[in-house]
Design a protein around this ligand. Structure first.
Ligand code: KIV
Length: 286
């Protein structure tokens, strides 16, 4: 069963089915990708150099996630990161990105209060960082804030399921929406975000069957993290999937590299070369 068409979608006329990997990714293009069944790849980035590597590798979406609070700043939760810090990260990512769509998380405490505060925060992100969209955690309870931001022409991505900014309410990072009541609320929230004009939704750590059902019932892309393969795309935290952050091994995480080991090895070789006097050589000197 399909829900009502999304307002952001408008009338998209697909002239071709061919995939152009050099064309700039836009919110509209993500919706087209869902329509033709092309999976969307998304990773976090917080700095210029990583963003450049990920963008040149062909990633579709770069998320300047508030997970920067954990993996960049060393905090236990995403709650402490500020709007100024998110803008700093997003600005750096934008400078390294040509093709990917850059989405910036709205940090905790900058949109939950009231719609005008939410709008002011989103405008600061767009104006000062040049990010192309914002992401917000929550459904019906933040509807008015999302609508206010959308009305200013700022694309919004939702985030449902495990919403780390509410960790103090949940008490754990366990799988969400296993019970019928929470699963039904998630479905209703996803339909609401679709209807009011969000361009996509991240769904975090919920049963695969539920996430797949949501992906079928809404017209906008569902990007999963720990939400199984039946959704429209996947997102991971770059530091986790590259094995830079080794202290986090949930079942949903696939590690594609072990950069902590590569870096440790390189740094130990450097230390040994400095201590032995092998570095710098004559060739490396002026
Ligand atoms: O902040 C973040 O990195 C996120 C992802 C986990 C989706 O929101």
């Amino acid at each position: 069963m399909q829900s009502k068409p999304n307002r952001a979608l408008g009338a998209i006329i697909m002239s071709t089915n061919t995939i152009d990997n050099t064309r700039k990714v836009t919110t509209r293009r993500l919706i087209e990708m869902k329509q033709r069944g092309e999976k969307i790849s998304m990773l976090t980035a917080y700095d210029f150099s990583s963003a450049k590597i990920l963008d040149e590798a062909g990633i579709d979406v770069l998320l300047v996630g508030d997970s920067a609070s954990n993996v960049m700043a060393g905090n236990m939760t995403t709650l402490p990161i500020t709007l100024d810090q998110m803008i700093y990260h997003a600005k750096s990512v934008i400078k390294g990105t040509k093709r990917a769509l850059v989405v910036c998380d709205m940090p905790f405490g900058t949109y939950q209060g009231n719609p005008m505060e939410a709008l002011a925060s989103a405008i600061r992100i767009m104006k000062e960082s040049h990010a192309e969209a914002v992401k917000m955690e929550g459904g019906a309870e933040i509807r008015e804030s999302i609508e206010r931001i959308l009305s200013a022409g700022i694309p919004v991505m939702g985030h449902l399921g495990l919403t780390p900014q509410s960790i103090n309410k949940f008490g754990t990072y366990n799988v969400r929406a296993k019970e019928e009541e929470e699963a039904n609320k998630l479905i209703e929230d996803a339909k609401l975000l679709d209807e009011i004009g969000c361009f996509g939704i991240v769904i975090e750590k919920v049963p695969a069957e539920l996430a797949a059902r949501v992906a079928k019932e809404v017209s906008i892309p569902i990007i999963g993290i720990g939400a199984g393969g039946g959704v429209d795309g996947q997102v991971l935290v770059m530091h986790d999937m590259l094995g830079i952050n080794q202290g986090f091994s949930p079942r949903f995480l696939r590690r594609y590299a072990n950069l902590a080991d590569v870096m440790t090895d390189a740094v130990q070789n450097y230390i040994a070369d400095v201590k032995s006097g092998d570095f710098p050589s004559e060739k490396e000197s002026y």
